[in-house]
Design a protein around this ligand. Structure first.
Ligand code: DHB
Ligand code: FE
Length: 292
């Protein structure tokens, strides 16, 4: 049986991809940001997940104003890095897991989540930057990836509550897949940021850390945050954080934090990162290391 063994969340700031690709990740500006991922890189090497369900958003690379799916799942074999204006990043192609992806698509749709199915697309910084942060410089990504794209770019994005419920449905789907697979769910994007307008550069450290706190333990308070609160408190792009709630919903009733990192700023954005386990009462540290 396939098992969800952990949840990982991270910001996906494109500048982190640039820093990584230009080997600037240990300089004075980026060093403290990347240092917060060292723990996770070692941990991922030990965990050896087979598949990552990578919840992310496309930034007008695969979709644009012509087609805006609220929730879409990649059922393809392979996805190339998208050209976002400077040529595609020179990182490996992403390999999918079509058997598990089709199983999840079927399970979700019969569970009344109306997923869009994607067989072909390129993937942008929303998906490739989290892979670089977690795995570094590699010839091949060490996991299969099922892209799960969420519309957080064009109003109206899905509610936090709907995202959490989708995570719960993803857990049911994974648990009913007969092959023995170690599966992680990643939530990406955020944290507080606004890229344009008079409030460009807005960052809300207190709100972000409270959101990180809310992912830990058995509270489900985050699922009830309305869109307007994300907008007011975390800037126009802070709504990306609803994607983290899909990851959280997939982990079940209670979680424990294994690792946590927060840094301000990177570009115009607050960097947040957390590693969670579904907590089955084995006495895990509930606070997370390196709490900000
Ligand atoms: C930035 C952050 C994002 O989430 C994004 O998609 C693009 C740019 C930024 O901070 O520069
Ligand atoms: Fe983004």
């Amino acid at each position: 049986m396939a098992r969800i063994t952990a949840g990982v969340a991270t910001s996906h700031i494109p500048l982190l991809g640039v820093a990584h690709d230009m080997a600037k990740d240990r300089d004075a500006y980026f060093g403290p940001i990347f240092a917060g991922y060292d723990w996770t890189r070692d941990w991922e090497k030990a965990e050896k997940p087979d598949v990552v369900i990578l919840v992310y958003n496309d930034h007008a690379s695969a979709f644009d104003m012509k087609i805006i799916p609220t929730f879409a799942i990649g059922c393809g074999e392979r996805y190339a890095p998208a050209d976002e204006g400077w040529g595609p990043r020179k990182v490996p192609d992403v390999h999918g897991h079509p058997d598990l992806a089709w199983h999840i698509a079927q399970s979700l749709i019969l569970d009344e989540f109306d997923m869009t199915i994607i067989n072909e697309m390129d993937v942008d910084h929303g998906l490739t930057v989290p892979l670089s942060m977690m795995f570094g410089d590699v010839a091949e990504w060490p996991v299969k990836v099922i892209p799960l794209a969420v519309n957080v770019v064009t109003y109206p994005p899905p509610s936090g509550n709907r995202c959490w419920a989708l995570g719960e449905a993803i857990a049911r789907a994974v648990e009913s897949f007969p092959e023995d697979l170690n599966v992680q769910v990643w939530g990406t994007g955020g944290m507080s940021h606004q890229l344009q307008g008079p409030r460009a550069g807005l960052i809300n450290r207190e709100w972000d850390n409270d959101f990180l706190d809310g992912l830990i333990g058995d509270t489900d308070r985050l699922r009830h945050i309305p869109h307007i609160d994300y907008l007011r408190e975390t800037g126009s792009e802070g709504i990306e954080m609803v994607m983290w709630l899909i990851m959280r919903g997939a982990l079940g009733k209670r979680t424990a934090a294994l690792h946590r990192h927060y840094h301000v700023p990177c570009s115009n954005t607050a960097v947040g990162h957390i590693v969670l386990r579904p907590d089955n009462g084995e006495g895990l540290d509930m606070t997370g290391s390196g709490a900000a």
